[in-house]
Design a protein around this ligand. Structure first.
Ligand SMILES: NC(=O)c1ccc[n+]([C@@H]2O[C@H](COP(=O)([O-])OP(=O)(O)OC[C@H]3O[C@@H](n4cnc5c(N)ncnc54)[C@H](O)[C@@H]3O)[C@@H](O)[C@H]2O)c1
Length: 434
């Protein structure tokens, strides 16, 4: 048996801070409040619903994950957020239109009491939004300091023992990393002279890490993956992970592609298109912001299929991803995939997937799991990139930048569960034994 990690207990309150109080954040908060007050089942959450097998099969040990590892309880969570538009969580939930009034009514008082703090926001990174509740300061370093002061105030006003931050704000424009992102020193110098290549999400990530608050990045932004931020998270011993919640069409891709590869079926092309009409869709209607999403979505197939190892099957794949903003659809996205595959003697076949999903319904449980698992990681003494949480991301960060991250959902799930087993002093389950 491996030595169990020494993990501090999950006593006291855990504050979950979300930059962004839009569809995902408000749906997440509402679901936790409903689970707490009305016993709603937290469907889609691994930490709340999944079991984990321990030892050999005949031992019959299969506890719930939440009974196996010391996670914060839903009753101990408190919520805070920053947003340049939404005033509070009720306002955000009503604007998003994800949840029905009958689900919001019993928790409306609690939701209304979750007020958004003024955001670090810059329209040059999200051109489609007009922010009104926005911080101002002479430099980006001072904006970061204002966020750190918010974090400290939130913790003391709410009696929090620990905090985590999960980015649930808009997707920023795609910009290359520059010299300013190379080292901690160059980044801090860039903050002081307000370098234009430092995005708002990087200012939040910096503030979180410097406050000792674990950070998860739910958008495709380049917030915690630049070298300077990884180095900072390692130096400060703060867990970070990103990026871009794995929901909807990409979730389907990472379920289907490993299956095709497992059976050595060839792929000639994968055409994905979506319509969605929420604020996220509006932001992504700008080509610069869509570019961030496109980059995060396109890596998936190639990494799973390994064309360099299987050139006959996967070296010639046309992979196209489109997102179209279509207001009548709201948060209820519709995605179509046309997948051109080929089999024995090269004969072609097609698979069509038509997924009528609800984006925020799929994303909300991921916010909960990431918050609880990053808090666990911090209590287990982890710092830096948490690759074992790849399961939750479209473009997971590898532990070592020279390595390729794993995209296969099922390998990611094994990695996650084996990490928990290892930390608790249990043998990994390889499925090769009893
Ligand atoms: N829902 C999903 O399935 C899913 C999957 C993957 C990624 N995401 C990402 O999650 C994020 C949230 O999605 P959503 O549907 O809730 O979008 P949304 O537009 O409803 O909410 C985003 C909120 O962020 C706010 N915001 C923008 N810039 C900000 C800043 N600098 N600081 C603080 N707040 C800021 C906006 O005012 C808005 O209220 C988006 O980036 C989206 O791409 C969502």
């Amino acid at each position: 048996m491996p030595e169990p990690r020494s993990i501090a207990p999950a006593t006291g309150r855990l504050g979950i801070l979300t930059p962004g109080l839009g569809a995902v954040a408000s749906t997440f908060i509402a679901g936790v409040l409903a689970a707490r007050s009305a016993g709603a089942t937290p469907i889609g959450s691994l930490t709340q619903m999944a079991h984990i097998r321990l030892g050999d099969r005949e031992e019959g040990r299969n506890p719930l994950i939440k009974d196996f590892v010391p996670l914060a309880s839903l009753d101990d969570l408190v919520f805070g957020a920053w947003d340049p538009i939404s005033a509070n969580a009720l306002d955000a939930a009503r604007t998003a239109g994800v949840l029905d009034d009958r689900d919001l009514a019993p928790i409306s008082g609690e939701l209304e009491g979750i007020l958004a703090m003024d955001a670090v926001f810059d329209q040059s990174w999200v051109s489609r939004l007009e922010g009104t509740r926005v911080k101002s300061a002479p430099s980006k370093m001072e904006l970061a300091e204002q966020l750190m002061a918010d974090i400290e105030r939130f913790a003391s006003e709410n009696g929090c023992d620990r905090l985590v931050m999960v980015w649930c704000a808009s997707t920023e424009a795609y910009r290359d990393l520059t010299e300013v992102h190379a080292t901690i020193e160059s980044f801090e110098e860039g903050l002081r002279r307000s370098d234009e290549m430092i995005s708002p999400s990087q200012i939040y990530a910096y503030a979180a890490i410097m406050s000792g608050v674990p950070f998860a990045n739910g958008a495709p932004n380049r917030s915690c993956d630049p070298p300077c931020m990884v180095a900072l998270a390692e130096r400060e011993g703060v867990p970070v992970m990103g990026k871009d919640f794995k929901t909807g069409q990409t979730l389907m891709k990472t379920i289907l592609a490993p299956g095709l590869k497992a059976r050595m079926l060839g792929l000639r092309g994968w055409y994905s298109t979506n319509i969605l009409g929420n604020r996220d869709g509006e932001v992504l209607d700008d080509p610069e912001n869509f570019r961030s999403k496109e980059v995060s979505k396109l890596g998936v197939i190639e990494t799973i299929l390994e064309p360099e190892t299987y050139p006959e099957l996967y070296s010639n794949v046309d992979h196209v991803v489109r997102i179209n903003y279509y207001p009548p659809r709201g948060d209820n996205k519709e995605g179509w995939d046309n997948i051109d595959i080929f089999g024995w003697m090269g004969y072609p076949m097609q698979i069509k997937v038509n997924f009528l999903c609800r984006d925020s319904i799929l994303a909300a449980p991921l916010v909960l799991d990431l918050a609880l698992l990053l808090d666990l990681a911090a209590r287990a003494g982890e710092g830096g990139v948490q690759e074992w949480l790849s399961f939750y991301f479209k473009a997971p960060m590898p532990k070592d930048a020279a390595l390729e991250a794993e995209h296969d959902l099922f390998i990611q799930q094994i990695k996650l569960k084996n990490t928990l087993r290892e930390w608790m002093g249990e043998e990994p389950v390889t499925h090769s034994e009893a």
